[in-house]
Design a protein around this ligand. Structure first.
Ligand code: AMP
Ligand code: MG
Length: 412
């Protein structure tokens, strides 16, 4: 019987450790360049949102009580554009009057609703209103979105377009963010060579360092790519030691059961503690997770993942486990995996026992989403992975997924 944790157990172990992580120091950054950084300060409303009773439609500002009987003829006493000066919008509305108003403009005092222009007919200085309006209709009252002084964004939130909009709307052209974690990437293997070098017949270009760098940056980290480590204990150990100076170390290759898979031994030499060495997943079954004393500061530890070298194993394991650690080190609470449900386009047959993540294409939108597996030659097949746009998730108790059933997909 296998002693390896299931996918969910392994994920739980990683999450528990992720919750203990602290981000680096904070720094000030231009808001325009802050996308994907994690906020390190609270952003509060510097005034009421909206700052005045705001019209949400083009039409006429009126007093709802004047429209009890419709149609009704009201005298048009003015016009208020968005951005109108306070003096232009300050004139109170008397009973029997209307003011032409544009979307985004402040309501005049005493007006309590806006009638859409579609329900009116203009006649010189007068307007005929054809429909009644409830108090507050087509108006967002001052302060109803947020009162001045309310905290709108808390430290730890990742800055995306919506959060950046809030920071901008509250006058922050610069924001305090956490410095991105430094994530070391150490590729191992005698067969692995630099991308710029011409490969011999038995050599493989180091695509993992590039894929991992892209994944690290997308997760909010800064990749530090180390030289390729050969399958030789002394040189490997030196480079692992160098990697352990970072906030997180990602090793690729060398964690299988082969005679030249030396990564675990090198880590053990450096005082590593292992939380799992393998998980019931495919691709990525040999994955290793642990921590070791930080080279630069023995009081601290650096977490590491030994990712199996097969490119798809590396990518999938990053997405399943390492991304969470990068995000946590970046200062945000561990986020959920990005999953969705879609209808399966064709049957998928596998061996039961492992949770599988198979390259797939999801197409269609909303409840028309459907997913089809990309034909692949196993965990080394980067060509198949590059044709896909997600991973189809097969639960460990399933041997057969039938066309038409709903399945989970993991986005990347
Ligand atoms: P390993 O996990 O070391 O047994 O490696 C498994 C396979 O993954 C190797 O045979 C290589 O073909 C491939 N591989 C290992 N490292 C890399 C890398 N850095 N970039 C691309 N492919 C790799
Ligand atoms: Mg190897």
């Amino acid at each position: 019987m296998s002693q390896l944790p299931s996918f969910l157990e392994a994920r739980q172990i990683v999450l528990e450790h992720a919750h203990t992580l602290k981000p680096r120091d904070s720094e000030m950054l231009e808001l325009i360049a802050s996308s994907r950084y994690v906020l390190a300060e609270a952003i509060t409303a510097d005034r009421d949102f909206p700052p005045f009773d705001r019209a949400t439609r083009d039409g006429y500002a009126i007093r709802a009580a004047d429209l009890v009987k419709v149609p009704v003829r009201l005298e048009v006493t003015g016009e208020i554009r968005a951005g109108a000066k306070p003096t232009e919008s300050a004139c109170p509305l008397n009973s029997g009057e209307a003011v032409e108003i544009m979307t985004g403009a402040p309501l005049p005092p005493q007006a309590d609703a806006v009638v859409m222009v579609e329900y009116t007919r203009r006649d010189g200085e007068f307007v005929e209103i054809q429909r009644g309006a409830a108090k507050g209709e087509n108006v967002v009252p001052r302060g109803s979105e947020a009162r001045e002084g309310t905290v709108l964004l808390r430290p730890g939130i990742t800055l995306g377009p919506e959060q950046i909009a809030v920071a901008a709307a509250t006058g922050h052209s610069r924001v305090r963010v956490f410095q991105p974690p430094r994530v070391a990437v150490l590729s191992t293997g005698d067969e692995v060579i630099d991308v710029a070098a011409m490969p011999g017949p038995n050599e493989i270009r180091n695509s993992n360092a590039y894929a991992l760098t892209a994944q690290i940056e997308a997760a909010g980290g800064n990749a530090v790519v180390l030289p390729i480590a050969p399958d030789e204990p002394e040189q490997l150990r030196k480079l692992v030691q160098e990697g352990l100076a970072s906030d997180l170390l990602l090793l690729s290759g060398g964690v299988s059961m082969g005679k030249h898979d030396l990564v675990e031994a090198a880590l053990t030499d450096l005082g590593a503690e292992f939380f799992f060495t393998g998980a019931e997943i495919q691709p990525g079954r040999p994955i290793v997770f642990g921590r070791a004393p930080r080279t630069t500061d023995n009081l601290q530890t650096t977490y590491f993942f030994g990712l199996p070298g097969n490119p798809i194993s590396t990518m999938v394991c990053f997405e399943l486990f390492a991304r969470t650690m990068v995000e946590a080190l970046a200062g945000s609470p561990p986020a959920r995996l990005r999953t969705a449900t879609a209808r399966l386009a064709e049957d998928v047959k596998v061996k039961a026992g492992l949770t599988r993540f198979l390259p797939a294409v999801i197409s269609g939108e909303f409840n028309h989403s459907q997913v089809a597996m990309v034909k692949w030659q196993g965990s080394g097949d980067i060509v198949a992975a590059a044709l896909g746009n997600c991973w189809l998730v097969v639960p460990p108790d399933r041997e057969m997924l039938k066309a038409g059933e709903f399945v989970s997909v993991l986005f990347r």
